[in-house]
Design a protein around this ligand. Structure first.
Ligand code: ADP
Ligand code: MG
Length: 702
């Protein structure tokens, strides 16, 4: 018996990919092209795997849509944009980056020749900022709209708005822009109604029945229980929540798969072993390609995936699904007042999507490793759209920069709660990105250029004005890639890694996690053999390599802005370098300030007054007695609320910033959001505010 894990142990089967005539979409090619020609907006729906994402752009290319502009296709997930572009380039027999290319945040694989461009929805949103009429496109396809990602929802509203003024929509183009909205079966009536009752094109799918079985134990979160599943496996997908869990589940499966007697669960095929393949967003693309290859004879393929496999990518031949019932999701947590990655139960509709993947080529089975009771009591009917559960700060700034001042009455497919919009306005005001009237400031115009969280951008811009961007750009880059510190599973190795990481922290002066990131970046960059350096220091080389590239790109954006913006702010500072670094961070992180309360407990100063503790991964852990004021990058909620990537500060540095957290009147901001306020009203408001304002009473103890 053989068990194969990850790594390229398969002989590559040359996939002579010609545009697939056997896909359900093929029979509708002619009608689809006509439908796109005949209307401005078109909703296309069809089962996942019917060929929407890979085929429709090729059909439109063939039909001549690229003669007067490009075809742009958005994806909510970067890995989907990359993988699909690779596939389509292969089918069209061209080099990736030439006729067919992709663009995702910090990775642009397009050229002058690119006419079919796959990209993330975030990238198209940035393009709209520079060119609101999307003049270089003849067709824009918003894909995976059922996922209801924040950026796709905003794009829908913007495109709808664009066509509400026909002059704008046709400005600078010889042919009108066509918009195709693609979705897996859900909510097509709603989409059509939203887009002026546009036509809906349904691609009839072939699906086979999937039998679903529930587990007997509660505790679906448990990765261990997936380790118990190899007995169930033939060729299947397992849906987990994040990459470390995936790696762990793969390890567990690998161990257990060794011990299985496969004779008992073969039906009509001889099975000698398992090929266990992980699939998650940040995985290297060459490894991802393996997922689509058929397994060698006698070997079963087992894909352990995050929810990326639910609709974005279709893997052929899946017969069995094991569904963990959970997803890792960015949610606004009202307990701590910020966005937090949380593991939450999936919705019933998501569970149905997951199960559906087993019935594409033949009848399948879905093992739900949670109870029927859990399904009934804990799982919501539908997934809440991202726009209703995450921070809107960045998109509200984008809308404002596009001249859309009334962000409350923007055409949302589903409106976010007003308080979320107000929260975003409040934060933008706190970062000086908008003024009291809700108008974008000069700083706001600069901030929108960076594909980073506004707070982090604020810190980078502060550093640039003080000529110390060399300290902040690497940190911003390091915080934009996946976690760089490797924590091995084996306890002895774990101790070794922890020790090395502590030594790295000490090299940066200790007691400042942001400075540790900078030190790691610099040490690795100056090393002769950086990958070897990473291996010795338990640092993720691939993540660091991305950080190098991200830093270069951020630096380029900054340089460009400094060149075009004559009055780019310049300030001076007469303190030491370490203080300068931390003070720059404070300008972006003053919304994340905490003061030590009792013992190891800190209290946040953002008005929520949450009780938090320093996460054990921080170099400040166990040093709490020496601290009074800290800033932090993010929060992890388990049974406790932990703050991560922490750095001590002085109260002095945030003293003038903290009142800003409390001085904004939410009601007033709401009127700012609705319409421009007159000078007279402003005066009244400011007088009232000044009277209300109370200084934060706390002594500087550092
Ligand atoms: P849809 O968008 O309707 O869900 P797709 O266009 O993504 O469908 O997929 C159509 C078919 O192409 C599927 O059978 C899928 O397995 C196949 N396919 C897509 N990407 C790849 C790839 N990178 N390698 C091999 N097959 C692929
Ligand atoms: Mg698709």
């Amino acid at each position: 018996m053989t068990s194969l894990l990850g790594a390229p142990r398969l002989k590559t089967v040359r996939n002579l990919a010609t545009p697939s005539k056997h896909l359900p979409i093929y029979q509708h090619k002619h009608n689809l092209i006509q439908a796109v020609k005949n209307s401005t907006f078109l909703v296309v729906t069809g089962e996942t795997g019917s060929g929407k994402t890979t085929q429709l752009p090729q059909y439109l290319h063939e039909a001549g849509f690229c003669k007067k502009g490009n075809i742009g296709i958005t994806q909510p997930r970067r890995v989907a944009a990359i993988t699909v572009a690779q596939r389509v380039a292969q089918e069209m027999q061209c080099t990736l980056g030439r006729e067919v290319g992709y663009q995702v945040r910090f990775d642009d694989c397009t050229s002058q020749d690119t006419v079919v461009k796959y990209m993330t929805d975030g990238c198209l949103l940035r393009e709209i900022l520079a060119d609101p009429g999307l003049s270089q496109y003849s067709v824009v396809i918003l894909d995976e709209v059922h996922e209801r990602s924040l950026n796709t929802d905003i794009l829908l509203g913007l495109l709808k708005k664009l066509f509400s003024s026909p002059a704008k929509a046709s400005k600078g183009r010889s042919r009108p822009l066509k918009v195709v909205v693609m979705s897996a079966t859900l909510e097509t009536d709603k989409l059509s109604a939203f887009l002026g009752n546009c036509p809906v094109f349904t691609i009839p799918g072939r699906t086979f029945p999937v039998t679903c079985m529930f587990g007997t134990a509660v505790g679906p979160k448990d990765t261990e229980s997936t380790g118990k599943c190899p007995q169930l496996l033939t060729s299947e997908t397992l849906t987990l929540t994040k990459f470390s869990e995936i790696e762990r589940a793969c390890d567990l499966l690998f161990e257990k798969a060794e011990a299985i007697d496969y004779r008992y669960d073969v039906q009509d095929q001889t099975v000698e072993g398992l090929l266990i393949l992980p699939l998650y967003g940040s995985m290297p693309t060459d490894q991802q390609r393996q997922i689509f290859q058929p397994p060698p004879p006698g070997i079963r393929k087992c894909v352990v995936a995050t929810n990326i496999a639910a609709t974005s990518l279709t893997i052929n031949g899946i017969k069995y699904i094991i569904d963990s019932g959970f997803v890792k999701q960015l949610n606004h947590n009202s307990r701590v007042g910020m966005d937090i990655l949380e593991v939450v139960p999936i919705s019933k509709s998501e569970a149905q999507q997951r199960a559906g993947r087993a019935g594409r080529t033949s009848a399948g089975k879905c093992f739900r490793i949670y109870t029927k009771e859990f399904w009934e009591k804990c799982m919501p009917e539908y997934t809440v759209p991202e726009i209703q559960r995450t921070s809107l700060t960045a998109v509200v700034l984008t809308l404002k920069c596009l001249g859309i001042h009334d962000v409350i009455r923007f055409p949302y497919l589903d409106s976010p709660e007003e308080r979320f919009i107000l929260e975003a306005l409040k934060q933008l005001f706190q970062f000086d990105a908008i003024d009291r009237r809700g108008r974008v400031t000069q700083l706001g115009e600069l901030m929108v250029e960076f594909p980073l969280h506004p707070g982090l951008t604020r810190a980078v811009l502060k550093a640039a004005s003080l000529s110390c961007q060399d300290m902040l750009l690497p940190v911003a880059a390091m915080l934009s890639v996946e976690n760089i510190f490797i924590r091995p599973g084996h306890p002895d190795k774990q101790k070794e890694a922890d020790k090395i990481h502590r030594a790295l922290a000490a090299k940066s002066g200790g007691m400042n996690d942001f400075a540790t990131l900078l030190t790691v970046f610099q040490l690795c960059k100056s090393s002769d053999r950086p990958s070897e350096w990473c291996r010795q220091n338990w640092i993720h080389w691939r993540a660091l390599k991305s950080a190098f590239s991200v830093e270069t790109q951020l630096r380029e954006i900054l340089l460009r802005l400094q060149q075009v913006q004559q009055d780019f702010p310049v300030e001076t500072f007469d303190g030491n370098k370490g203080e300068l670094f931390r003070q720059c961070l404070c300008t972006g992180y003053f919304t994340n300030v905490a003061r030590r309360s009792v013992g190891k407990v800190f209290c946040t100063m953002d008005g929520h007054g949450s009780m938090v503790q320093i996460h054990p991964s921080s170099s400040l852990f166990d040093q709490e007695a020496e601290l009074n004021w800290v800033i932090f990058h993010d929060v992890l909620v388990t049974s406790r609320v932990y703050i991560r990537t922490v750095c001590p500060i002085r109260y002095d540095w945030v003293k003038d910033l903290l009142p800003k957290l409390h001085e904004v009147d939410v009601y007033e901001l709401s009127s700012v959001a609705r319409e421009e306020v007159t000078d007279e009203e402003m005066m009244k408001w400011e007088t009232r505010e000044a009277a209300k304002r109370q200084p934060v009473s706390a002594e500087d103890v550092m």
